[in-house]
Structures are given as structure tokens and as C-alpha cells.
Design a protein around this ligand. Sequence first.
Ligand SMILES: [Fe+2]
Length: 334
Amino acid sequence: MKLYFSNDEYRKKALSTLNVEKSKHTVGDAFLLITKDLSKEDLSNLISIMEKELNLPLDICYKMTQNEVSVNDITKSKIVELAYKCIESGKTLGEKTINNGKINTSSWISHVLYEGKLAREFAIKLGVDPTTAQIQGILHDYGRKITHSFEHVTKGYEKLIDEGWKEEASSCLTHSFLNGGRCASNEQAEEGFFVDENGNPCWMDGTDKDDITIFLENYKYSTYDKVLNIADLMATSQGIVSPYDRIADIATRRKLDSTNRGYFLAEFSNTLVDILEKTGGKIPETVKEPIKATPNLNIEEINERFKAVSDIFYTHYKSNIAKQKNNLIEEREI
Ligand SMILES: [Fe+2]
């Protein structure tokens, strides 16, 4: 699907974004941005846990999630803590369901909360700002408030810009793609896109590039973006799984596109090795050399490498990253 911004202003802003800057906001503010305008049904489990633990009437608790009553920073942090408590007990934030009860409308919020937590854990280990990473995790799918289609990428960016979250908005654009290559894990390859004999993404001459492709060609992925890529491919709406299991899970819902697949899995393996190394993990000789999705490498070989790297990465995550001291909603001086 081709992705375009709604107007030139957004286009210009996106092209001038070259670096992810440290967020000036708090995790509590990011979370309340998510809950704003959601219905009581979408937040029913969260507001009932707030009612109990904050000892406040249900109606006030809902108003807090809508920014209709003033909430101080400590209470905002407490609300985030309760949201995590809610999802970690196996519930979504609300009970509203669509499609005969099969899809819970707030399950994407569980996914972004898990992703935020994961991004924070990686950031601590990598020495970048944990709060910025967590906020990006929480806001990267902001476009899902508007649409569940692939356009959530550009819509989320525009909405965050409109609401004054300039530093965080690029996460909406970068999270679905790896290393600036125009292919996503679960989308069809764009017309004109191919991987050349060196395993690099290319475009046939005369191809009409959409806005997101032009943005990606101009943008250099930062540590925050890489962390977000990995976290997005480990966080489900139920918790954290290995990258391999998450890709397998995505493939059950939508067939991975064959043009995209080799490049995506090869680049994802390389990103995992890069972050593994930077977070103190041991890298076996067998996966040390980056893998390139060249035409003479078949998909089974790439998949084998991805499985091997994913297993090493997930074991390293569980024993060294998830267990580190982490004050999940601690706020820092701004
Ligand atoms: Fe996501």
C-alpha cells in the first residue's frame, strides 16, 4: 500500500526529521494521550482497578483518563502502573469487543504497553534514555486510534504532530520498516521494489515513490528506532515472545510477501545481532557475519539464520535484560 501524507506541511516536517531527540514528556502523559477519547467500555477494566486502588468514584476515574479533571504527575504514574497491572493479570484495559466478540478494541493498547516496557528495558542496557524509549513504544501505533489499516503509520505521525508530540512522532513512521528498507513484515511489496544482487533494497527506474519511501531514504535509523523495531516484533497483546515466534504468529494472519520476506528476515537478523552485541550478549561465530538477502541465498537459509539468532537473542533477553533493575515508571528530570 502506498503511503502519502495529507499535505505538504507534514511532508516537509517528516523530511527534516533526522534524529530522534530526547522526549520532553512523561510516560504518564503519553499514556493519557492514548486513553483520551476512548469509551468507558474500552477502558472498563482499567477504571475499575483505578476505582479500587485510588479509592475514587468510577466516574472520576474515567474523567482522569480523559484529561477532564486535573491529574498530578504522581497520580499519572500510578495510572500507568495500574494499566500494567491490569494487562499483566491477563486482561485488556476494556471489555468492548467487535466482530462477535473476537477482537478486543483495546488489545492494541496492551501491545503498545508491552512494547513500551520492552523498549525501556533495552534502552537501560544500551545507555539511551529509557523514558524516551518507553514513550515511543507507547505511541508508535497511535494511528490505530484512527485506523487499523497500514495507513496508521502516516495517520499516527500526523496526529502526534498536531498534538505537539514532534519528537515522538517519527516512531509512527519508522516502526514498521527495518534499516530504511521499504518493506514491512506483513505487507505486500510495493510495485517496483526489488532486492538487488548484493541484497540491498532497490527500485526499478521510473517507479513512483510514495512519501514514506522518500522519508525512509532520507532518514538514518537511530538506536531508538532499532530498539523499537525489535520491541515491536517481540511484544504481542499478551506479553513478550521471541522474534521468531512473533513472525510465525503474524504469518498465521497474513502471508508474508515473498519479495519482502528474504530482505526483512535477513535485516532483522542483522539488527538482532547488532543489539545483542551492544547489550553484552555473546555472538557465536556462525552468526557473526551479517547476512544479505542475495538472490543466490534461498529463503530456507535466511530463515534458519533468523531462527538461530532469534533463539540466542531471546535467551539473552530473558536472562540479562528482563532481569535488570528497572523502575518501570520512574520519571527523570526534564
Ligand atoms: Fe506495533
